[in-house]
Design a binder for this molecule. Structure first.
Ligand SMILES: [Zn+2]
Length: 349
């Protein structure tokens, strides 16, 4: 099969299209999907650079998110949810369904949690084999979801849903600050926060993205290159601060995120694209009753819920640009430049 692979870690120039052996014939409990589109996430850039515990056998098929058509179903299992020919989306977080956390329904806390394209062969290939647990039928909508939209949905929407709904427990009327609105998690967070009745402040260094964010429902926007966000937040909220900060930037925004929080505020972290090491004055943490919450991906119940919401037309992802497979490297470069507003997607032939 054709696949987009990493030949070694160290940069986007190590990516190429090549022929590799077909994805494995599905075993009991597994399904093989003919991929029609695969969406990029910031994770994919980290994979290219090399991550601890990441890809170490090459060529390594990249890509986490995918959508496609069920090609075959493993025999001997009791898979009833999907059949060959079904249109499906892939939840790229693979759990073992046997550990203590999985038994408790917290599949994204699984002790053997792995991601397609990071720890496992990825989705940017003609075929991918995944557990049936990881598939959802693409909902039927009045305006049908494109393959690109279906591929763009899972990772960022699941991540943002757990951050806002499960971890931060955002409530109607609360203020939510979302950094860097061009990214997929941030756009999903904007949409979910609005669905929960919150008021959203979005930031970007690009005024065109801020205008788009307002179109998508942001109540207030700040340009974090030309404005001091914490000062603007204090002015906007009569010195109070925001209830929730959604941060996947890490080191570069850490101090400002804390300066923006109200008493009792919650800072939810799902990434550290600018660096992972930060400082914290514990006196400020306890005095202000802050909660600092980590979050990654989401569990099976959360995934089912976001798919149900997508079916109600609520969580349609924003697609930035779609590239054919033979231009997949350009897709990576667009993401690396941070030029996107929404998801960058690669379509398979
Ligand atoms: Zn587990």
């Amino acid at each position: 099969m054709r696949a987009f692979v990493l030949t070694a870690t160290g940069g986007i120039d190590k990516l190429r299209i090549t022929d590799v052996p077909d994805a494995p014939v599905p075993q009991a409990g597994e399904v093989r999907v003919r991929v029609r589109a695969a969406a990029l996430n910031h994770l994919d850039l980290f994979v290219v650079e090399g991550l601890p515990g990441g890809a170490d056998r090459f060529p390594h098929i990249v890509g986490a998110d995918a959508a496609g058509i069920v090609e075959s179903v493993g025999s001997g299992g009791d898979i009833t949810a999907v059949r060959p020919g079904d249109r499906v989306m892939v939840n790229p977080g693979i759990s073992d369904y046997t550990c203590e956390y999985c038994h408790a329904g917290e599949q994204s806390l699984c002790v053997n949690y792995r991601l397609l394209g990071e720890h496992l062969p990825g989705s940017m290939a003609e075929l991918v084999t995944v557990p049936a647990h990881n598939l959802a039928s693409i909902p039927t909508l009045p305006r049908e979801l494109t393959w690109a939209e279906a591929a763009a949905f899972s990772l960022v929407t699941l991540t943002a849903w757990r951050m806002l709904v499960t971890r931060a427990r955002v409530k109607p009327g609360e203020w939510v600050l979302v950094w860097g609105i061009g990214g997929g998690v941030s756009l999903a967070a904007l949409r979910i926060a609005k669905l929960q009745g919150a008021r959203v402040i979005a930031t970007s260094s690009d005024d065109a993205k801020l205008a788009a964010a307002r179109q998508l429902g942001a109540d207030v926007t700040f340009n974090h290159k030309t404005q001091k966000v914490s000062q603007e937040v204090r002015a906007l909220t009569n010195k109070r601060g925001v209830d929730v900060v959604i941060d996947n930037v890490g080191a570069a925004t850490w101090d400002e995120s804390l300066r923006c929080l109200c008493r009792g505020g919650r800072l939810v972290i799902c990434g550290a694209t600018s660096g992972p090491q930060v400082g914290l004055d514990l006196r400020r943490l306890f005095w202000h009753h802050w909660s600092i919450l980590g979050s990654t991906m989401g569990n099976a119940a959360e995934y089912a819920e976001i798919v149900r919401r997508l079916g109600k037309g609520e969580l349609r992802p924003v697609v930035d640009r779609v590239y054919p497979l033979d231009q997949a490297r350009d897709a990576y470069e667009r993401l690396a430049r941070g030029a996107q507003l929404g998801k960058v997607v690669v379509e398979l032939p």
